[in-house]
Design a protein around this ligand. Structure first.
Ligand SMILES: *[C@@H]1O[C@H](CO)[C@@H](O)[C@H](O)[C@H]1NC(C)=O
Ligand SMILES: *[C@@H]1O[C@H](CO)[C@@H](O)[C@H](O)[C@H]1NC(C)=O
Ligand SMILES: *[C@@H]1O[C@H](CO)[C@@H](O)[C@H](O)[C@H]1NC(C)=O
Ligand SMILES: *[C@@H]1O[C@H](CO)[C@@H](O)[C@H](O)[C@H]1NC(C)=O
Ligand SMILES: *[C@@H]1O[C@H](CO)[C@@H](O)[C@H](O)[C@H]1NC(C)=O
Ligand SMILES: *[C@@H]1O[C@H](CO)[C@@H](O)[C@H](O)[C@H]1NC(C)=O
Length: 528
């Protein structure tokens, strides 16, 4: 989730709405909706076999015993596998500055000596969202009455470490004092070494992954790890980012708002005069010329800095606000939702934060906090209600003073690993696919963010692996043909007499690989 400046104001209103609902929520909770739900699900008590299995857990030792999670409230015991969570300090001698993590080793396959780190964005949004609603094995997301197993969990393949960071996010404790991605990365790598020491981990391959604002965290953290020259703890083998903030995402979104609205107005439903208004702004701000000139494969040149023209050209903001007026259940993270607002056990079904009576914010529950060894005195919110950077300013105006990843660290991480993956959901309006692509076409390793852009005909800048941008564009990319059968609803299809219809999904996107970087666009997918 990306909390943009414009959505902040709305998010604040939503907090007020949520607190107005809090009284009703408490009443519902007293009626005992939850315990019934839990009891209706089979197998809550650990069977003797599972108890025996837990003795042979791979990462269980005297130091990790206190992090072991044996059960979770309202999660059927049959969903539980080896899992640990809690706080690990950034500096061993400063226990009051610590990051909260969940670690779940691979299930159902041979053990692998690797750690895949997952981070959500914000800045200030919790990676427990990724754990419960995106990449994890236990899934309880929008509109789900009860949790289910996620057959496509990343723990099917790798050991996943979800980390709430930077300081100030989720259950992580300490006073936020970062002013840059370098500060954040420096904290992270210390935490990460302490984590590995505690768990007796050495010589694991490391993959750094995340989404949204983590498009800034991921390359900076991977780069800081590479700088350590220490493959015992920091053997970075690749990085992955979904819908990531790797460039000047704000202005790049403005640049592509009109084409996005035109392509998707069947589900957004702007009226004709608003569409004309967008087109006028787009034209007056020079965006259509800019697109023609710079969305080229190979790139036509280095893009000029984009911030100056910003004030009168906030096309994306206007489109964002107008979308709510036509559809109160508009979801910027995934087009196509209409009312009612879906239930969400993390209280964030759209930028309107809402918890339905009987479904309190899961990680804010006392019983859940106890089960996961979270600090009891921290009120958990999916996105921090306060800034996680100390000051203001920076290229994207959020107090994060670091250069955009495309200008510095991302090309380095691509060259060092030759295994970087960037993907964007076609239905995401929060970070538009073409904004991300425009950033990739402008990946230039500037010596410093303060140095003016070079002349547009100068491509002598070190970009990535010897060339600038992708050399071929979307019309030449490969289709992603998903032939895997659906696992999640297969039984239901059978029972309903529709068996087999869910066998193949077909073309679900486009993919392209050049010089160590893979880009994909995923159809029917939003931000999360
Ligand atoms: C993931 O692992 C679970 C548990 O072993 C299994 O049921 C599921 O089929 C696996 N998913 C895939 C895609 O293989
Ligand atoms: C933040 O505070 C911690 C603890 O006092 C300190 O170790 C760290 O260097 C500070 N970081 C910055 C960027 O000031
Ligand atoms: C890692 O190696 C590089 C190049 O040899 C060097 O510049 C850098 O200082 C080293 N980093 C550390 C932490 O030793
Ligand atoms: C994205 O850019 C490509 C390449 O210029 C263009 O063909 C496509 O229509 C654009 N799509 C949207 C939704 O902006
Ligand atoms: C068109 O949409 C805009 C933005 O939602 C709104 O302000 C305006 O009143 C609408 N105009 C008409 C004629 O419905
Ligand atoms: C979190 O729990 C505390 C204590 O029970 C409560 O006061 C607060 O309203 C809860 N916050 C949310 C967002 O549910």
């Amino acid at each position: 989730m990306l909390v943009t400046i414009s959505t902040r104001a709305l998010a604040l209103g939503a907090v007020l709405l949520a607190s107005a609902l809090a009284n009703r929520l408490d009443v519902a909770r007293n009626k005992g909706f939850h315990p019934n739900l839990a009891r209706s699900l089979n197998g809550r008590a650990a069977t003797p076999t599972e108890k025996r299995a837990s003795q042979s857990y791979r990462y269980r030792n005297d130091n990790t015993e206190s992090f072991l999670v044996e059960s979770l409230p309202d999660i059927p015991q049959t969903f539980m596998t080896e899992m640990y969570s809690g706080l690990i300090p950034i500096h061993e001698d400063e226990p009051d500055r610590a990051l909260f993590f969940v670690f779940q080793p691979r299930i159902g396959g041979p053990p692998v000596d690797e750690i895949t780190i997952w981070m959500n964005g914000g800045p200030g949004c919790s990676s427990l969202e990724g754990f419960l609603q995106e990449t994890g094995y236990i899934r309880w997301t929008w509109g789900q009455y009860a949790p289910t197993k996620n057959d496509y969990s990343w723990v099917n393949l790798t050991n996943v470490l979800w980390v709430e960071q930077p300081v100030g996010t989720g259950f992580s404790i300490g006073k936020p004092n970062a002013t840059s991605e370098e500060d954040i990365a420096s904290d992270f790598i210390k935490f990460f070494k302490n984590f590995q020491t505690t768990f007796g981990i050495k010589n694991h391959k490391v993959y750094v992954t995340g989404e949204s604002y983590a498009g800034r965290y991921v390359p900076y953290i991977a780069d800081a790890m590479l700088d350590q020259n220490d493959t015992c703890y920091y053997d970075v083998q690749g990085a992955l980012m979904y819908d990531p903030c790797i460039g000047a995402y704000d202005v790049q979104n403005d640049m592509y708002t009109l084409p996005f609205a035109e392509a998707n107005n069947n589900v957004i439903n702007y009226n004709a005069s608003f569409m004309e208004h967008l087109a006028t702004m787009d034209e007056e701000c020079g965006f259509s010329d800019f697109r023609d000139q710079y969305m080229q494969f190979p790139p036509s040149g280095v893009q000029p800095p984009l911030m100056e023209s910003k004030a009168k050209c906030e096309v994306w903001n206007e489109a964002y606000y107008a979308a709510w007026t036509v559809n109160p259940c508009f979801n910027v993270y995934m087009l196509g939702f209409t009312c009612p607002l879906l239930s969400d056990p993390l209280g964030y079904p759209t930028d309107l934060q809402l918890s339905y009576p009987g479904l309190p914010v899961y990680f804010n529950r006392t019983d859940v906090k106890k089960a996961i060894h979270a600090p009891m005195d921290v009120e958990w919110l999916e996105c921090a209600p306060h800034p996680v950077f100390k000051g203001n300013g920076g290229p994207q105006g959020l107090g994060d003073l670091s250069a955009d990843p495309i200008q510095k660290v991302l090309p380095r991480v691509i060259e060092a690993t030759n295994r970087v993956f960037i993907s964007n959901g076609a239905l995401d309006m929060d970070v538009l696919t073409n904004s991300t692509l425009l950033a990739i076409q402008n990946m230039v390793n500037y010596p410093s963010p303060n140095i003016p852009a070079p002349p547009t005909d100068s491509l002598n800048f070190k970009t990535w692996n010897g060339m600038m941008g992708f050399q071929s564009g979307p019309n030449k990319w490969q289709d992603i043909d998903i032939t895997l059968p659906d696992l999640e609803y297969q039984d239901l299809f059978e029972q309903t007499g529709l068996g087999g219809l869910d066998r193949y999904q077909g073309i679900m996107g486009k993919q392209h690989y050049e010089r160590g970087l893979m880009f994909t666009e995923t159809y029917l997918s939003g931000h999360m």
